[in-house]
Design a protein around this ligand. Sequence first.
Ligand SMILES: O=C[C@H](O)COP(=O)(O)O
Length: 253
Amino acid sequence: MRKPIIAGNWKMHKTLGEAESFFDSVKGKLPDADQADTVICAPAPFLAALSGRAGDGTPAVGAQTMHEEEKGAFTGEVSPVMLTDLGVRYVIIGHSERREYFNETDDSVNRKVKSAFAHGLIPIVCVGESLEEREGNKTAEKISGQVRAALEGISAEEAARAVVAYEPIWAIGTGKTATSDMANEACAEIRSTLAELYGQETAEQVRIQYGGSVKPENIAELLAQPDIDGALVGGASLEPESFIALAEAASHE
Ligand SMILES: O=C[C@H](O)COP(=O)(O)O
């Protein structure tokens, strides 16, 4: 039985005060940690303050990206050592916005996933197809290829701890959600790729999220699908009430 995981990706939103106030508002209103995991992936400047506030009854803190090196001349970047030093536990790797606007490739995603595991961070590895790829019946090939590339050189023990987020690019921030059947079909494709790489037992342990216009109104139907174990949520993770509702729905799975 896989524990559901709801992760908010705040992207480039909020001030520090708003971020702290969000944590104060949700504290104690989220499901128990044995029912569902909750995570907020916040902008880098807020991670120290939020980690200081995180604990029982709050979401865990995650980053939205990181550099693979521990240190060096990489102006503007954040290293895995900096993240773990702050108490950050999760890191999103390879979000489609990083791939599209910041030149992240399957190779760099793989290097970052390796580095995340080497530093004890749990990567939330994002994969997903464009509208053109979906319409060209290339969805399975695209997401399976992205999973294989991201996990190249990753052991079964590590892979079992990974979170994979299926985010069809055409559904992100557009209000267009994949139907729950479509989302599950893609998540099942990811699981079958994991089974080919690591065997069925490991594949059954990996938590696979759906992301793309998830909101309190549609999350129950998505989570009811057998291969969807949680959600990576952008817009609907920004307000405490909405995030609490998403987490609450996950605790009923
Ligand atoms: O990481 C989150 C996704 O990009 C989904 O964003 P959205 O929920 O605003 O569509």
